[in-house]
Design a protein around this ligand. Structure first.
Ligand SMILES: Cc1cc2nc3c(=O)[nH]c(=O)nc-3n(C[C@H](O)[C@H](O)[C@H](O)COP(=O)(O)O)c2cc1C
Length: 203
């Protein structure tokens, strides 16, 4: 038993690339015998952080729309974030979830709770990117990260610190707007990543 995987998805398209990649991660995790909780950023439509200062005074958020996700985050022993690339970053509802993790920064450093999210967890980032040769400023060398992915990973590393997660692997499907995605290859690659970076690393 691998505990619980928290999967957070960030695409409005129910049958899009992110949805397919998320399914592959779910299948691999469930085959390993773990439990699953799934949150879709567009269904939640979370309020953006308004920097109101509430979380500097109490270990909570003034909004209650992420309460269930927060409870799942505290239970989870692994995390997957799956997202399309929108303007070199995260779609707004998913970015709002990441921004709202600021409450754990304040809980730790202002309110003095050393470990607001007790369970340390490995995390995967699955990304769908429309461009085949990435980058507004030209193409990176073959095999190197797309610039979008580098920016998004930098953002995730900060948010993951607050979520007590560590980035253990990434998977990028490039060229989704022009090429036919090889979903069978993606299924195999994502299953291998879930097994190696999440399940095996937790043993
Ligand atoms: C608002 C918007 C912004 C986008 N920005 C980018 C971008 O900066 N770079 C890129 O490669 N693709 C960009 N795309 C294309 C998506 O990343 C691509 O279509 C992706 O496969 C969508 O994933 P989904 O099918 O899971 O929704 C953008 C798409 C939209 C709708």
């Amino acid at each position: 038993m691998n505990g619980e995987l928290l999967l957070i998805t960030g695409s409005p398209r129910k049958n899009g690339v992110t949805a397919r990649m998320s399914c592959f991660a779910k299948e691999a995790w469930l085959e390993g015998g773990g439990r699953l909780s799934v949150f879709d950023a567009y269904s939640i439509a979370p309020k953006p952080c308004t920097h109101c200062g509430h979380c500097k005074t109490k270990p909570s958020c003034i909004y209650d729309d992420l309460n269930e996700l927060d409870t799942a985050l505290k239970r989870a022993s692994a995390l997957v974030i799956a997202s399309p690339v929108y303007v070199m970053g995260f779609p707004a509802p998913l970015k709002a979830i990441l921004d709202r993790m600021q409450r754990y920064f304040e809980e730790k450093f202002t309110l003095g709770n050393p470990c607001p999210i007790p369970l340390r967890k490995p995390a995967l980032f699955l990304a769908a990117c429309g461009a085949a040769n990435n980058g507004a400023n030209g193409s990176p060398a073959a095999g190197s990260d797309a610039p979008e992915l580098s920016y998004m990973k930098e953002q995730l590393i900060i948010s993951f610190r607050l979520m007590n997660a560590r980035l253990a692997g990434t998977y990028l499907m490039r060229g989704t707007d022009t090429l036919t995605p090889d979903y069978e290859q993606a299924r195999r690659d994502i299953a291998a990543l879930v097994n190696e970076a999440l399940i095996t690393s937790m043993k």
